[in-house]
Write a protein that binds this ligand. Structure first.
Ligand code: 5CU
Length: 362
């Protein structure tokens, strides 16, 4: 049996240099009260001065950038192949004139990291989305020729106006043409105000457990409502965290569309592809949901042939010291095992066969 982890991040050395050179989010730095511990500050608002410096962001060590640690993690968790991707916030924050060159540098860096471990590592490339669309299209074409690249990872902001922005059409067309799957991953969460005035008391739980999945759900629903998949029938998107809440909310989304007078008056309720159709034809889901309940919704919505194991490494490490097996990884393994208790082939498909087939890893 082959186990493939399709949701596993790195900050390659070229990207670390960039993060260390910065003083506004996103950045990596030490603080005077803890000079030996670098912290990775990436999420919006994470460096609020009211938060003690030792709990700002998260500690960052070599597990984020040293590929030997990725391989050791894979070995410890019986993972044969990893499809690595740059972690958020990718290149979203770069000035337009710097983004194209940075993307080329980082993608080449990642491709050569994969080449050092043939058969064990593949990657999703990153796009210079703050640059003009033609620069992005050029990079998509270039990525299609890099040996280990199997698609692209992007966030939900697109060119700045979200994924329902018609200015993205040439980019969607290029991704479709070069058969590059999008790995869609959240970063921005929801506006801080929804977490309330006591948010600082709750660590990262609200933005990560709820902000991230809802961000993904909203982004995909906007793509659906704007007709992206009516124009690009072969545009494939792999959704992080088992689709956010999309599988659970798909029925409600369809019902709201059907009962919307504005959409009806504009002729937008007929002749469109439904979310159910998209979930079964264009969307793939990772199995990073940590429970059989969420996984069940993903399986029902998209089918077990569209679901792929992931870990989210190096995020969510155990908080205890000297633990080699990660609880977060074992929770995903256990959910898959329980969901396919009566179907060993289904389990093997989700653990690796689907990824090998969908991402052409063999
Ligand atoms: O812990 C976190 O903030 C994150 C993150 O930023 N990105 C991710 O993929 N997982 C966890």
């Amino acid at each position: 049996m082959t186990v493939v982890d399709i949701h596993t991040h790195v900050y390659p050395p070229t990207f670390m240099e960039l993060l260390r050179s910065r003083t506004t989010v996103p950045y990596v730095r030490t603080f005077p009260d803890a000079p030996d511990s670098s912290r990775l500050i990436i999420l919006p608002g994470e460096d609020d001065p009211s938060t003690p410096s030792t709990s700002r962001g998260r500690p960052i060590g070599p597990e984020y950038y040293d590929i030997a640690q990725k391989i050791a993690f894979m070995d410890a968790h019986k993972i044969d192949i990893s499809v690595i991707s740059l972690a958020n916030p990718w290149l979203d924050f770069l000035p337009a004139e710097e983004a194209g060159a940075a993307a080329r540098r980082i993608n080449d860096d990642v491709d050569s990291i994969c080449a050092q471990h043939p058969g064990r590592l593949y990657a999703f490339g990153t796009l210079p989305l703050s640059a003009p669309a033609e620069v992005v299209v050029e990079e998509i074409e270039r990525l299609s020729k890099l040996k280990y690249i199997r698609g692209v990872i992007i966030g939900t902001s697109g060119l700045g106006n979200g994924l329902d922005d018609p200015a993205l059409d040439p980019i969607y067309a290029a991704l479709e043409k070069y058969e590059q799957i999008i790995f869609l991953h959240p970063h921005y969460g929801l506006p801080a105000s929804v977490y309330g005035p006591r948010a600082n008391e709750y660590g990262h739980v609200l933005p990560l457990a709820l902000g991230f999945p809802l961000e993904t759900t909203i982004a995909v629903t906007r793509m659906l409502l704007s007709g992206v998949w009516d124009r690009f029938h072969n545009l494939n998107v792999l959704l992080a965290h088992s689709g956010g809440t999309l599988p659970f909310l798909a029925g409600r989304i369809e019902s709201c569309i059907k009962h919307d007078g504005h959409l009806k008056n504009h002729g937008k309720t007929e002749g469109r592809r439904t979310v159910w159709d998209i979930l079964k034809s264009n969307i793939y889901l990772d199995a990073v949901i940590y429970s059989e309940v969420g996984l069940g919704a993903a399986i029902q919505a998209s089918g077990s042939d569209r679901l792929m194991f992931g870990t989210d490494h190096p995020f969510f490490p155990p908080l205890e010291e000297d633990v080699t097996e990660w609880h977060s990884v074992n929770a995903n393994y256990a959910a898959i095992s329980a969901s396919f208790a009566d179907s060993p082939t289904g389990e093997q498909d989700v653990l690796g066969n689907n990824a090998v087939r969908i991402l052409k890893l063999a």
